[in-house]
Design a protein around this ligand. Structure first.
Ligand code: IDP
Ligand code: MG
Length: 160
């Protein structure tokens, strides 16, 4: 039987990664960019941005009914975030693995949240949970012209 959800995707995907306000305030921007860069994914969009309330609410609309929603919106709008678009084969699931579990105390050592955070309400980074949401979120956070298509010089040294 073919179980597609158990197989790492071979498609080129895009994911929206965001350093949340705590990550920016704690000086973790360089470290977080570096983790995705070193892994071998391609950066296609990057900006520091003060998120308006409406955008935060749209981004997290699936969580609207949750009791922590108002606090989540306050958190995400409490200071600048760093918005990133990353591209690569299997990048969505791989980025989620690099990020680690939502609760940093449950996140494995070696993951971003496992190494750098202690609480769900201050878990330093966002990553899209599906290729569809990757596209949706990049379209939500970036304007046309803010995404760059380019070929990294190291491309032939990352994939045969
Ligand atoms: P994810 O960021 O790992 O995908 P989601 O369940 O999509 O986790 O939740 C989005 C964000 O909402 C989390 O990263 C975290 O900042 C916040 N959040 C989720 N659950 C809680 C909670 O129980 N208390 C406080 N904040 C939460
Ligand atoms: Mg999520």
């Amino acid at each position: 039987i073919f179980l597609p959800h158990l197989v790492a995707s071979m498609e080129v995907e895009e994911t929206y990664i965001m350093v949340k306000p705590d990550g920016v305030q704690r000086g973790l921007v360089g470290e977080l960019i570096s983790r995705f860069e070193k892994k071998g994914f391609k950066l296609t969009g990057l900006k520091l941005f003060q998120c308006p309330k409406e955008l935060a609410e749209e981004h997290y609309k699936d969580l609207k009914a949750r009791p922590f929603f108002p606090k989540l919106i306050n958190y995400i709008t409490s200071g600048p975030v760093v918005c990133m678009a990353w591209e690569g084969v299997g990048v969505v699931a791989s980025a989620r693995k690099l990020i680690g579990s939502t609760d940093p105390l449950q996140a494995e050592p070696g993951t971003i949240r496992g190494d750098l955070a202690v609480q769900t309400g201050r878990n330093v980074v966002h990553g899209s949970d599906s290729p569809e949401n990757g596209k949706r979120e990049i379209a939500l956070w970036f304007k046309e012209g803010e995404i760059c298509q380019w070929t990294p010089a190291q491309a032939p040294w990352l994939r045969e």
